[in-house]
Design a protein around this ligand. Structure first.
Ligand SMILES: Nc1ncnc2c1ncn2[C@@H]1O[C@H](COP(=O)(O)OP(=O)(O)OP(=O)(O)O)[C@@H](O)[C@H]1O
Length: 258
């Protein structure tokens, strides 16, 4: 009897990939994250939505401590993230990050951009890293651009390279912070399609986005934030058809009327 319940607890513990507990953060007088509790399960796709300035990006950046926090704890795959040091660098490499701006190295080729981190951080063999980079570039549909420089690519292609670069590190979880906000409209879908495929492949993902179509079709869970708090969490079906809070109702009626 005892053994069975221990086994169950162990399973629950390993299913939890990202765990934030009572996280608080201020920017000066602004309480930008207020008592955030959030658990992301392995293989889950969580889409974070909410009004501008509600703290979505800050939450995303907090998950790998690109932002420091005032209090609370963050754990990745059962390991608490320290505030600084070598262990932080090691754990941070488990979290792939894709930002609004692609941040590729301008003077390196696409292939080099995707190879570099594997060799420097993961200490991979150069040839193997290159093979893996080519396979990932094919996977996101930019294999033919491998020898070009970022400026020769469209924004949508650059963002797909940025996704390949993050995947090259074998992350346990991928964080996307408004990955399509800087793209021309015709390029948004090509990036969202790559993200949907990743989701189907079972990648654990946290996505901050204003793309409600993506939230509806790809999310397992919608996290709605307002004023630094998680106001509501629900499946996309529940959230979009029957939001519980007035804040969410207000938010949805505004975006649906635009
Ligand atoms: N480095 C910073 N210093 C001071 N204030 C900041 C900083 N970064 C963010 N803020 C403020 O914190 C609040 C939350 O910002 P955040 O970018 O997390 O919101 P968001 O929900 O992602 O907004 P958006 O949808 O507009 O990107 C905003 O009021 C913002 O102005």
């Amino acid at each position: 009897m005892t053994e069975v319940s221990v086994a169950k607890e162990d399973k629950a513990a390993t299913d939890e990939l990202v765990v934030l507990k009572s996280v608080n953060k201020h920017f000066g007088a602004l309480h930008v994250l207020q008592d955030i509790d959030l658990t992301i399960t392995r293989g889950e796709v969580v889409v974070v939505i909410g009004p501008s300035g509600s703290g979505k990006s800050t939450l995303c950046r907090t998950i790998n401590r690109l932002e420091t926090v005032d209090s609370g704890s963050i754990a990745i795959d059962g390991k608490p993230l320290p505030a600084e040091g070598k262990e932080l660098a090691r754990l941070r490499a488990d979290v792939g990050m894709v930002f609004q701006s692609f941040n590729l190295f301008a003077h390196k080729t696409v292939l080099e951009n995707v190879t570099l981190g594997q060799v420097k951080v993961r200490k991979a063999d150069g040839k193997k890293a290159e093979e893996k980079a080519r396979a990932l570039l094919d996977r996101v549909g930019v294999g033919a651009q491998a020898d070009k420089y970022p400026a020769q690519l469209s924004g949508g292609q650059q963002q797909r390279v940025a996704i390949a670069r993050a995947l090259a590190m074998d992350p346990k979880v991928m964080l996307f912070d408004e990955p399509t906000s800087a793209l021309d409209p015709e390029m948004i879908n090509e990036v969202l399609e790559v993200m949907k495929q990743l989701a189907r492949d079972g990648m654990t993902m946290v996505v901050v986005t204003h793309e409600m179509g993506f939230a509806r079709s790809a999310a397992n869970r919608v996290v709605f934030m307002a004023d630094g708090r998680i106001v509501e969490e629900a499946t996309p079906d529940q959230f979009f058809s029957n939001p519980r809070s007035d804040r969410a109702k207000d938010f949805l009626s505004k975006i649906l009327h635009h």
